[in-house]
Design a protein around this ligand. Structure first.
Ligand SMILES: [Zn+2]
Length: 436
């Protein structure tokens, strides 16, 4: 080995090509940051649906969310977990961590404002933002707000028909034309009762992409029974290894597709060894069931509900309901109607109240008959294919059949924070060859 005795003194290091690129990039970023800092005025005009300018609309400008919706906190807690490496204990502690994190979502600081209707801190994960500026439109509907050094993210328009909220994609946009009341379209995609079938996952991925291109606010929900608890339906029959592998496959596929929430069905609640916990623990979305009590270490305790929020802070409360149709230590159910009654406050604190149910169409209809506070019931368990969602007592009830053959699509139209129309349809999914 040769040693260089007198290395040349290095007074100047010639930057490598990558260093030059990095310097150029940071200079450019600094310029962009300066440009953004200078462009801190948000201005424009507010018009009605007839395009006439609207005077006296109070406008509040808010910064970014200070706490993310609960579902995102839950997703974050589980993100990075390697399902194939997880085992029961880890899965359980991760789920416990989700719950702690969600429960400990801090109350809003005194100088902050909850943009959404919910009282800050009272609702798990409801968005909280700092108000940066406030103003009123003039006789010609114009407004201009100076926001100092804050990062504007959302505008709230307070008028005679309530509050409309608009997310700002491009902070510092020179001139905006805003229509009041603000219309928001929310799409809820849903399926149920897969029972180990996921042949149409490629079709779902494609459809999701299409729908997300067309709509800003899309959520993907599952109403339970993705597993199959009966050993005579495993392949080969009675193979626990098959159950273990297939249940994990179902959950990881749902992770990949980006499901936002699921209610566990009776087939998930009939825990089998530690396999069920291992699979459910890998979920990067919350499991919801307000009427299920778990007292075994072999099953995660579902959350009663979560708050989902759109980019413009329309909040959806998602309450889970399920059923146990077998006798087993460690899992019990209470009547779904009691759970709904105990959570009716969600209707007052959220813009939309959705029940994600695995109790069957008959029970869904009964619930709808008793609680017109519910906006939508997304159902499962009875494997009912409702080509068009039905309305009972003003409650929209949807269900999308079984075995990954269909997906449901519910469209909610809101004017400001009020639902003005809701409808649901199902579309068939084309199965692709099973991939293992
Ligand atoms: Zn089922």
């Amino acid at each position: 080995m040769s040693v260089k005795p007198f290395p040349e003194p290095r007074r100047f290091v010639k930057p490598s090509a990558s260093t030059t690129r990095a310097l150029a990039w940071s200079a450019m970023l600094a310029l962009v940051a300066l440009a953004l800092a200078a462009a801190q005025d948000v201005a424009g005009v507010v018009v009605g649906p007839d395009r006439q300018p609207l005077p006296n609309i109070r406008i509040s400008l808010y910064g970014p969310r200070q706490n993310e919706p609960a579902v995102q906190a839950a997703a974050g807690a589980a993100a990075g977990a390697q399902p194939s490496e997880s085992h029961g204990g880890d899965a359980l502690s991760r789920l416990r961590a989700h719950r702690r994190r969600i429960a400990e979502t801090p109350a809003a600081p005194a100088d902050s404002a909850a943009v959404a209707a919910p009282t800050a801190g009272a609702i798990q994960g409801a968005p909280v933002r700092d108000r940066l500026a406030q103003g009123v439109t003039d006789a010609r509907g114009r407004f201009s707000l100076s926001v100092g050094r804050g990062q504007p993210a959302l505008l709230a328009l307070h008028g005679p028909d309530g509050v409309g909220r608009i997310a700002l994609d491009k902070p510092g946009t020179a001139s905006l034309t805003l229509v009041y009341p603000v219309r928001t379209t929310i799409v809820l995609l849903h399926d149920n009762d897969h029972h180990f079938h996921f042949g149409a996952r490629d079709a779902i991925a494609k459809k999701l992409q299409e729908i997300r291109q067309r709509h800003d606010h899309v959520f993907l929900l599952n109403a339970g029974d993705i597993f199959m608890r009966r050993p005579n339906r495993w392949r080969p029959r009675d193979s626990e290894d098959y159950y273990a592998e297939r249940s994990l496959f179902m959950i990881t596929t749902m992770n990949e597709l980006g499901y936002d929430a699921m209610t566990p069905g009776n087939h998930e609640l009939d825990y089998i060894g530690r396999h069920t916990l291992n699979a459910l623990g890998a979920a990067r979305f919350p499991l919801l069931a307000a009427n299920i009590q778990v007292s075994t270490d072999l099953l995660p305790q579902p959350l009663p509900y979560v708050t989902l929020a759109t980019a413009n802070d329309i909040t959806l409360a998602l309450l889970g309901l399920s059923t146990v149709n077998f006798k087993k230590e460690g899992v019990a159910e209470t009547p779904p109607a009691h759970a709904v009654r105990d959570h009716l406050k969600l209707k007052d604190t959220h813009d939309v109240f959705v029940v994600l149910s695995h109790i069957g169409i008959g029970s869904d209809r009964k619930l709808a008959g008793s609680f017109d506070e519910i906006d939508v019931i997304v159902g499962g368990h009875s494997h009912t294919l409702l080509e068009e969602a039905v309305t009972v007592n003003g409650v929209l009830i949807a269900q999308a059949g079984q075995h990954n053959r269909h997906m449901g699509k519910i469209t909610l139209e809101l004017e400001n924070e009020r639902i003005v129309s809701k409808k649901g349809v199902v579309f068939p999914l084309v199965a692709s060859p099973e991939r293992r």
